[in-house]
Write a protein that binds this ligand. Sequence first.
Ligand code: MN3
Length: 195
Amino acid sequence: MFELPKLDYKNNALSPIMSEQTLDLHHGKHHQTYITNLNNFIKDTELEKLSLEEIIKKTSSDNTKLGIFNNASQHWNHNLFWKCMKPNGGGKMPSKLEEKIKKDFGSFENFREEFIKAGLTQFGSGWCWLSIKDGKLVVTKTPNAENPIISNMKPILGCDVWEHSYYLDYKNKRPVYLENFFDKLINWEFVDSNL
Ligand code: MN3
């Protein structure tokens, strides 16, 4: 049985960048629903004994298991997403991460631009990511529930660009949401700890 993880901050702690109402719904309802669905899907099946990552990998290439994959992957994605944010986030990152970003993207500004662009150009629902692939940092985007781990990458930062993540606070302004997420919410110490 999977359970909803507690947030490391209060639901009102990211306001006004991400409002209490958004977190109440996004964490308490949307994320909880993925977990409830996943638990119902795997109950009394062979998948019940597997880890979340194992379930994701096992179901990702099987179209008859799409419902299980979607809910398992969304559970994983949101676990990472909550950790990637903190009150008064953004700002200066730890030097180990900063050096790696400069090495792989040329500059912090290039990385920022690429990450925000990935979130902007994800048509419809999905995610943008910073992942490690073959020892190198890469920015990618995925539709719906999809996750870079099924492409042999290790995501270390993820931003939810489903409308439920920003519509109450930003309406249709996804670019403003992405800039605010990047500049004011990211917990760089957590991202650095994933290196
Ligand atoms: Mn979401």
